[in-house]
Ligand binder design. Structure first.
Ligand code: SF4
Length: 328
């Protein structure tokens, strides 16, 4: 078995926040609380969960846009969580990101050609005008943007086209891993499908690893190899796509999945509507963090934290019960 490209172990990220009645106090908010997973070369892992569950913080820690509080992150076996700022440059080339809003992440004053040329220049990847022009053309071809459009500015493109440009910019450094942070969330349904197909196609051709961060399980169904579901800073279930979509184990995953539309109009899926809001990460509930919203919670869930336990081949879930528990 080959070593994973990305190996995240027991990652923790705390933020100091204002607290107390008048906001004069300080408290530590654990946005990510002991998250572990791996991503292999050529693999897509989707990190899924509601807004505020910590999934984007995980992505930002891997990109070293923020420093983790604890835990280890390895890229190809090498620790990257403790690299000092001056040694991050090679990492920036190997791990790239595609954000949700391509408009705000693309400089409106630059042409698309200039935007794509920036990483080539920063990392000294091509030399000479002709070589650069050829590389820009290749990047445009790879994402389905016309070469003639390289002289235009971001505002002259549609949202889907701008996201293609964002992907081309990420590809410019020939990364091994791309973190896609809600990369298709702002797009229309049909454009969303096109961008997902493009990412899958690029992955096939280039052997890229993708960490796909999304609040929407429906989006990841056709792209991902494995899924990790996060709730309130922790992973509650991880499994291969087929197993997780066919037989989700954790009640939270089941609830998320129950809201995914079923393509077959004759098929039905029992909708599980969760009560209440996600509790504050400043004061997470004891025991199982999901117990305040879980329809199956019993006394044990309120006091005992469930560990991730195997429930199938490569499939783990953090619930005390082996099968669907009786409603509490
Ligand atoms: Fe629900 Fe209890 Fe399982 Fe947590 S451990 S998911 S509260 S049944």
């Amino acid at each position: 078995m080959t070593a994973p490209l990305l190996d995240v172990q027991d990652l923790r990220k705390e933020f100091a926040v204002r607290a107390g009645r008048f906001g004069f106090g300080r408290a530590m908010l654990a946005a990510v609380d002991g998250v572990s997973f791996t991503v292999s070369r050529g693999e897509t892992l989707s990190l899924v969960g509601e807004s505020g569950c910590g999934k984007s913080t995980v992505g930002r820690a891997i990109l070293r846009l923020i420093a983790p509080t604890a835990g280890e992150i390895r890229l190809d076996g090498q620790r990257i969580d403790d690299l000092p700022e001056h040694r991050l440059r090679p990492l920036r080339r190997r791990i790239q990101v595609v954000f949700q809003d391509p408009f705000s992440s693309l400089n409106p004053r630059l042409t698309v050609g200039d935007i794509l040329a920036e990483p080539l220049r920063n990392f000294g990847l091509v030399h000479g005008r002709a070589a650069r022009a050829e590389r820009l053309g290749q990047l445009a071809d790879a994402v389905g943007v016309a070469r003639e459009a390289l002289g235009r500015r971001p505002h002259e493109f549609s949202g889907g086209q701008r996201q293609r440009i964002g992907i081309a910019r990420a590809l410019a450094t020939e990364p091994e891993l791309i973190v896609c942070d809600e990369a298709v969330s702002a797009l229309d349904v049909s454009v969303k499908a096109q961008i997902i197909n493009l990412l899958a196609d690029l992955q096939d051709r280039l052997g890229l690893a993708l960490l796909f961060i999304s609040h929407d399980l429906a989006v990841v169904e056709h792209l991902t190899h494995r899924v990790a579901v996060m709730y309130l800073g922790r992973i509650v279930e991880t499994g291969p796509r087929r197993a997780l979509f066919a037989a989700p184990h954790h009640p939270y995953t089941r609830a998320l999945l129950s809201s995914v539309p079923v393509p077959d109009p004759t098929a039905t899926r029992r909708r599980i509507v969760l009560g209440g809001d996600v509790p504050s990460p400043l004061a997470p509930p004891p025991g199982c963090r999901f117990h305040t919203r879980c329809p199956f919670a019993v006394e044990r869930c309120r006091v005992e934290t469930p560990a991730l336990r195997p429930v199938g081949e490569g499939h783990v879930s953090a619930c005390h019960f082996d099968t669907e528990p009786a409603p509490g």
